[in-house]
Structure formats: structure tokens, C-alpha cells
Ligand binder design. Structure first.
Ligand code: AHG
Ligand code: MN
Ligand code: MN
Length: 335
């Protein structure tokens, strides 16, 4: 019998990649497998969100003062569980946890990496059956192997990321991750329960026709941003338009679409929240890394997102991210 094996699974792909790096230990492959496993568990719960008593608020407020949805807590625990029991991560930071978790056992203290995570992104969309996601970022520790990790391992610039990725729980479930070598997308094949390589070597088109921003905040944006949004609204065929506005309210879904189709996503600062809403370490940096590897750009309006020196685990930053030429045009307005 001839077996048709044209499609690689996530594990097969990461192991193949590993073979081409002479000094690799396999810890990153193992970490990605752990994240894939937790994602599959979260996916099962997301899919039956309307059926069981998992919908709605958990009745607590998280460290950022936002309502915690039950699935946020569930997802956080799944990712924490796999990383704590795996061999690759010395600790984890999460949107849902006030402080980092230092695993501090013999295996974890000897692990190479630490992970930052937004376990469920777009959680206000859970109740209405709209795409949500998970975002993660992987750093090589700066503290010595064999010792417990600490804050300095997590407060590294985005340029230091070893890998970053996201899972989108959408019309299909996908995991997309980037290393410096490229960005690859894997779609969950529900018949075998495996992520399979469906989008090899993703490149973000240099330009597109989509702009994504919350128009409800328009009058709270500064004048330069409003001028740029006006430009987007007035694009004509002769200058690359017309543009179309798309905003789901789940960053994972919005940026995933723009990564594939070309486009620009903005969450600017507002008069009441000058740093915007999105968190540097587990929302902006991972996407800035992925989009940059794919050929796009990300800034806070003043500097590259990846160059920002973090000072706090949960710090926020304005974000402008997307196709290279669209970002360059934006920069002529906001710089
Ligand atoms: P989270 O669910 O992790 O708190 O993140 C939600 C974020 C992001 O996904 C989205 O782009 C943004 O909030 C939407 O905010 P607005 O509703 O203010 O536009
Ligand atoms: Mn989020
Ligand atoms: Mn979240």
C-alpha cells in the first residue's frame, strides 16, 4: 500500500527543522509541541462553549481590572500545565497572572526558555461565537541554567525573541509560529487531532487594501492618527485604494487576516489611555516579531515595537502593525 504523506504535522516539521541546525537540542520543538497540546485542549472547550456552563464570567477581575471569562482561566491553566510539566520552560508570564510563575524544579531550572502568553485573546467575543486566539512569545533565558528564572528573563526586548506564535480558534483552528527562519502556519485536522502544515513560509504582502482600527475611539486619537485614518477613507484607485475597513475586535483574528491578505492594524493611544490597550510583552511583541519575519513592520508611532525596553510585565503600548509599504506611508503621517 502506498501511503500519501505529503502533509507534514507540526511535530514532523519542527523535527525536520531541527535536523538542519547542528547545535539544536530539540527543546524548542518540544516547547512548540507542548503549546500545540494545550491549544488542542482549549480548542475542544472553545468549540463547545455554547453547550456547557463554561460561557460567561468567572466572577473575578484580573490584574488589569478586566472581567475574567471562564475560558480565560481554563486556557491559562492548560498552558501553565503543559509548560510546567514540559522540559523546555523555566517559567511563564501571563495576562491572567499578576506575576511570573517560576517553576523552580530541577528539570525546569535546567530549561533554556521562558514563555509569555495571552491565553485567550479577544475574550469579549467568546459569548458571541466570534474568532478568538492565544498569543505566545519565547525568550532564551538570560539567567544561568540550573538556577530558577527571574524577571530579567521576561523583561527582554522583542528583538531577543527566539520564537513567537498564535493560535486562532476560527472557522478552522490554526497555529502560526515564527522563528528567525520564517513563519509557518498549521491547520488543525480534526479527523486526526494534529496540526498540519497548511501555510508554509508565510509572507505578508507589501501592501493591501484593509485598515483595521476601532472607529468608536476616533475622536480620542491624536490629530496625526486621525489624518491618516482620513487618508485610508479617501484612498482612490490611483493611490492604491480604495481601502476597506475590517475590525473584529480579536487582535489575533484581525492581524492574522492582514498578515495573509495585506493590511494595517492600529490600536493607537487615546486621550484617556495614552498607551492604548494592548500589552507589549504578550500581544504586541509576538505579533511584531511574526509580522517582521514575514516582511512587515510594527511601531508604537515613535520606535519599533521590537526595540522597546520593557520595564513592567503588563505594560501597554500603542500599536501600528502591518504591510511594509502601508506602514511606511503611515510613518510619514505620525512621525
Ligand atoms: P484580551 O481579550 O486578551 O483582553 O484582548 C482583547 C484586545 C484585542 O484582542 C483586541 O484587538 C482589542 O482588545 C479590542 O479592543 P477594543 O474593543 O477597545 O477595540
Ligand atoms: Mn489579548
Ligand atoms: Mn486575553
Amino acid at each position: 500500500m502506498i501511503v500519501n504523506r505529503k502533509v507534514l504535522t507540526l511535530d514532523e516539521f519542527t523535527i525536520q527543522q531541527l535536523r538542519s541546525i547542528p547545535k539544536a537540542t530539540g527543546e524548542l520543538s518540544s516547547l512548540l509541541r507542548d503549546i500545540g497540546l494545550a491549544a488542542k485542549r482549549v480548542n475542544v472547550e472553545v468549540n463547545k462553549a455554547g453547550l456547557v456552563d463554561i460561557l460567561g464570567d468567572a466572577g473575578t477581575i484580573n490584574v488589569q481590572g478586566e472581567d475574567v471569562k471562564k475560558l480565560d482561566v481554563y486556557a491559562n491553566n492548560q498552558f501553565l500545565g503543559v509548560l510546567q510539566h514540559g522540559i523546555s520552560s523555566a517559567g511563564m508570564g501571563s495576562e491572567e497572572l499578576a506575576d511570573i510563575v517560576v517553576f523552580n524544579d530541577e528539570i525546569s531550572n535546567n530549561s533554556k526558555y521562558v514563555v509569555m502568553i495571552d491565553p485567550l485573546d479577544g475574550s469579549s467575543n467568546i459569548d458571541v461565537n466570534v474568532s478568538i486566539g492565544t498569543i505566545f512569545s519565547v525568550y532564551r533565558r538570560v539567567t544561568e541554567k540550573g538556577t530558577p528564572c527571574n524577571h530579567s528573563d521576561f523583561l527582554q526586548k522583542g528583538t531577543e525573541q527566539v520564537a513567537a506564535g498564535y493560535i486562532i480558534y476560527g472557522s478552522s483552528t490554526m497555529m502560526v509560529y515564527a522563528t528567525r527562519r520564517g513563519v509557518n502556519g498549521f491547520t488543525l485536522d480534526p479527523s486526526i487531532g494534529e496540526f498540519t502544515l497548511s501555510h508554509p513560509d508565510i509572507k505578508c504582502p507589501d501592501k493591501g487594501k484593509i485598515y483595521s482600527v476601532n472607529h468608536g475611539n476616533f475622536f480620542k486619537y491624536d490629530e496625526k492618527v486621525r489624518k491618516y485614518i482620513n487618508l485610508c477613507q479617501n484612498k482612490t484607485k490611483s493611490d492604491g485604494g480604495p481601502y476597506t475597513q475590517r475590525y473584529i475586535g480579536s487582535m489575533v483574528a484581525d492581524v492574522h487576516r492582514n498578515l495573509i491578505k495585506g493590511g494595517i492594524f492600529m490600536y493607537p493611544g487615546t486621550t484617556d489611555k495614552p498607551n492604548g490597550k494592548l500589552r507589549l510583552l504578550y500581544e504586541c511583541n509576538p505579533f511584531a516579531f511574526i509580522v517582521s519575519v514575514a516582511g512587515g513592520k510594527a511601531t508604537n508611532g515613535k520606535q519599533r515595537i521590537l526595540d522597546i525596553q520593557p520595564t513592567e510585565l503588563h505594560q501597554r503600548t500603542p500599536l501600528f502593525i502591518g504591510s511594509k509599504l502601508m506602514m511606511e506611508e503611515l510613518e510619514t503621517y505620525i512621525n
